[in-house]
Ligand binder design. Structure first.
Ligand SMILES: [Zn+2]
Length: 132
């Protein structure tokens, strides 16, 4: 899989989910998506949370009877779906929006310390500013 484009573009599946989550039409999101106007990293975080909610509410119910999957499997499934690791999924789910910082130039997600240190830029964009 070409991960360089995955970072900036939502898959048709993601667009469908995002449309229902944000109550927008799929056409609108698809258009913005093709123009690369979306913060796909942020959208993916929202989708991960929505998937987690949906799946764990199901678990609540399932726990009363027989269940084949639990919390660790849900985290793994979401991580696989979005091409990340379970730790990142856990972070996405448990951190509030307030804890999210994005590079002002490329839009990638960065840590608060990096945001402050780089004046709103990620390490990559900061490196672009160095004259050689
Ligand atoms: Zn950047």
């Amino acid at each position: 899989m070409d991960t360089s484009s995955v970072q900036y573009i939502l898959r048709p599946k993601d667009i469908k989910k995002a449309a229902s989550l944000f109550e927008l039409s799929e056409e609108e999101i698809a258009k913005f998506n093709s123009l690369k106007l979306l913060n796909t990293q942020y959208i993916r975080l929202c989708l991960m949370r929505a998937d987690y909610e949906r799946l764990t509410n199901g678990l609540h119910y399932l726990e009363k009877s027989d269940t084949r999957y639990r919390y660790p499997e849900v985290m793994k499934a979401i991580a696989k779906e979005y091409g990340t690791n379970a730790k990142a999924v856990s972070r996405a789910i448990h951190e509030g929006d307030n804890a999210m910082y994005f590079c002002q130039k490329c839009g990638c997600r960065i840590k608060k310390e990096q945001y402050i240190r780089g004046g709103g830029l990620c390490s990559n964009c900061l490196a672009d500013l160095i004259d050689l």
